[in-house]
Design a protein around this ligand. Structure first.
Ligand code: SF4
Ligand code: SF4
Length: 320
């Protein structure tokens, strides 16, 4: 049995909704096939009051082993570092988080908020929110950059707003089946198996990107969303077009720009008016370019691709 505890800090519950919708494997599969014992979860836990307190105490005192500690949501430190704005089981949540992370074999941050602060930590950050081991791209966060769980791993970050259900359950299975040492992580402590490709990898609009044919409104079947509608697919690490949502589709396949929700800077431009769903440009060149491409390369690529575009790219080829 692998004992798992899931707590929620400054969160909207979106990652819980995602988790409960997992299919490959499902939450039931975690319990019946992979031996995960959910000690407590905000939507699944049955203990309340003194019983919950006793369970938490047994974990932080080491009477009971905590295999996987999951946090969804930010660590709220306001006001003045006390954490009193987010109390749980009789004390500030931040105190439980620190003590549970100290005894856990593995600590997993689910979603942007737990990974690096997400929307709650966006300026002016009134709740003084922070992620477990990052604040935006700054290493450190609530637990500090030297934090290691008992299995000698830093916090495993599974970002997203929310994270895809299968990213969550597949990493939990890897841990529960003793394969955590096979996981490779990037600089932001994200599992590379999910976060080394881009949202653009597998996007059905790639040929329109290549020939610079732009979509001008949401839901259009034809055209790439990068040139006018602010799609961040070429610079966002996610498998959203490899591991589809609901096994069906993705934002960009449906004609909705990628917002870059798996990157620490999300929400980009701090949601300033006129910056969302609109490509920001300077002298006609997007200010955010595809990863690995500089301004000169971009201008050259556009000149060639426009000139080389075949006539069919202006047609709606996705006939229903
Ligand atoms: S819609 Fe977005 S992800 Fe798809 S090809 Fe265009 S820029 Fe890339
Ligand atoms: S398509 Fe982009 S914004 Fe949407 S879930 Fe994937 S990474 Fe996040």
């Amino acid at each position: 049995m692998t004992d798992l505890l899931w707590l929620q800090g400054g969160a909207c519950s979106g990652n819980t909704m995602s988790f409960l919708n997992a299919e490959e494997p499902s939450v039931c599969d975690l319990v019946t096939d992979f031996g995960i014992n959910v000690l407590w979860h905000p939507s699944l836990g049955v203990e309340l009051g003194d019983a919950l307190h006793a369970l938490l105490d047994s974990l932080v005192t080491g009477q009971r082993t905590l295999d996987i500690f999951v946090l969804e949501g930010t660590v709220i430190r306001a006001p003045n570092g006390t954490g009193q704005w987010n109390r749980f089981a009789g004390r500030p949540m931040q105190e439980w988080v620190r003590e549970l992370a100290r005894v856990a074999n593995f600590t997993v941050a689910i979603g942007d908020c737990a990974s690096w602060g997400g929307i709650p930590a966006t300026a002016p950050n009134p709740t003084d929110s922070v992620g477990l081991q990052f604040l935006k791209r700054n290493h450190g966060g609530f637990l500090g950059k030297d934090y290691r769980s008992r299995a000698n791993l830093p916090v495993i970050n599974i970002p997203g707003c929310p994270a895809h259900p299968d990213w969550i359950t597949q990493i939990l299975v890897a841990i529960a089946t003793g394969r955590a040492d096979e996981l490779a992580f990037d600089d932001l402590q994200r599992p590379k198996t999910f976060f080394s490709t881009f949202t653009q990898t597998g996007c059905t609009r790639n040929m329109h990107f290549a020939y610079k044919v732009s979509a001008t409104e949401f839901g259009q079947r034809k055209g790439c969303l990068f040139y006018d509608l602010g799609c961040r697919g070429p610079m966002t690490h996610s498998p959203c077009n490899r591991i589809l949502w609901n096994r069906q589709s993705s934002k960009t396949r449906a004609g909705m720009p990628c917002l870059g929700c798996t990157e620490p800077e999300f929400p980009f431009s701090e949601l300033a008016p006129g910056t969302v769903f609109k490509t920001q440009t300077l002298m006609g060149v997007p200010t955010a370019l595809p990863t690995g491409l500089d301004k000169v390369g971009y201008v050259k690529m556009m000149a060639v691709s426009k000139a080389a575009a075949p006539r069919w790219v202006e047609d709606d080829i996705f006939v229903v």
